[in-house]
Design a protein around this ligand. Structure first.
Ligand code: F6R
Ligand code: ZN
Length: 186
């Protein structure tokens, strides 16, 4: 029998993925127009500021039915005005596709919003495990002072629907208030 190398290696302390099929996406402030509430603070910041990076093991072609994708997101600490750095957030294009998230490093919140606009939040910390059911939009927020690294595994045909979030946004925001993270709805 021919024993082969695995598809990739994961550094479980940092989340870093290494492998031939690992892709990397960098999201800078300039890619996040309209995401943060304080537009004045947003336009006064360096658009080249990196807000988050995503490594994805594309063992299956994204879009292909039946496979799984696996990734790590690294969300840097920072704020736009008093609002913490966060991911764009999305529903899956195929709405019923679910996903697992798990905390690796740092601390933050996972915002979960249903199609009626009801948003809940879960604490993210090293070892936290989060089930994101289908039909639920999800967004990570870094409320800490170090990088928030979060692992994820999701169906390869899930896709991302960013448009619905760009149109309506999430119904909750996470801001610093009196030195602490506070959620604001409405
Ligand atoms: C995949 C998934 C994550 C996010 C990543 C970046 O379904 O949920 O891998 O894609 O955390 O967030 P977005 O895609 O919202 O920019
Ligand atoms: Zn997702």
């Amino acid at each position: 029998m021919n024993i082969q190398q695995p598809a990739a290696k994961v550094n479980w302390a940092t989340g870093n993925l290494e492998g031939k099929k690992v892709s990397k996406t960098v999201r800078k402030l300039k890619h996040l127009e309209g995401v943060f509430a304080d537009e004045e603070a947003y336009s006064s910041m360096d658009p080249e500021t990196v807000v988050y990076e995503v490594e994805v093991l594309e063992q299956e072609q994204p879009g292909k039915e039946g496979g799984l994708l696996f990734g790590t997101s690294y969300l840097y600490p920072g704020k736009v005005g008093d609002e913490y750095f966060m991911t764009k957030g999305h529903f899956h294009e195929k709405r019923d596709r679910a996903e697992y998230y798990w905390g690796i490093r740092g601390s933050g919140l996972l915002l979960l919003m249903d199609e009626q606009g009801v948003t809940t939040a879960e604490q993210v910390f090293p070892g936290s495990l989060h089930y994101v059911p289908g039909h639920i939009a999800h967004r990570l927020v870094n409320t800490g002072s170090e990088v928030l690294a979060v692992g994820a595994c999701w169906p390869s045909d899930a896709g991302h629907d960013y448009g619905s979030i760009a149109d309506r946004g999430f119904t909750a925001r996470v801001k610093e208030s009196g030195g602490k993270a506070a959620t604001e709805t409405g």
